[in-house]
Design a protein. Structure first.
Length: 75
């Protein structure tokens, strides 16, 4: 899977005091996530993308894993 980033992206993931996951991103960050989620949608169940502050998220962010689920579809 090709992971692409729009130049200037900023993404922050936090868990708030109620336990909700909050994803905050600028325009470029949202476009990057949209492209990546679209690419992930075309993969097999179990494929996933890891986001963390070492490779894509702003400092202080909570690690986020997005995983494709569902039955295997033949193309």
């Amino acid at each position: 899977m090709n992971i692409e980033w729009v130049e200037g992206f900023e993404i922050n993931v936090k868990v708030d005091e109620c336990g909700a996951v909050v994803i905050s991103a600028n325009r470029e960050g949202l476009l990057s996530l949209a492209q990546q989620f679209t690419a992930l949608a075309e993969t097999l169940p179990g494929d996933h993308i890891h986001y963390d502050q070492d490779n894509s998220l702003e400092e202080g962010s909570t690690e986020l894993i997005v995983e494709k689920t569902g039955p295997i579809r033949f193309r």
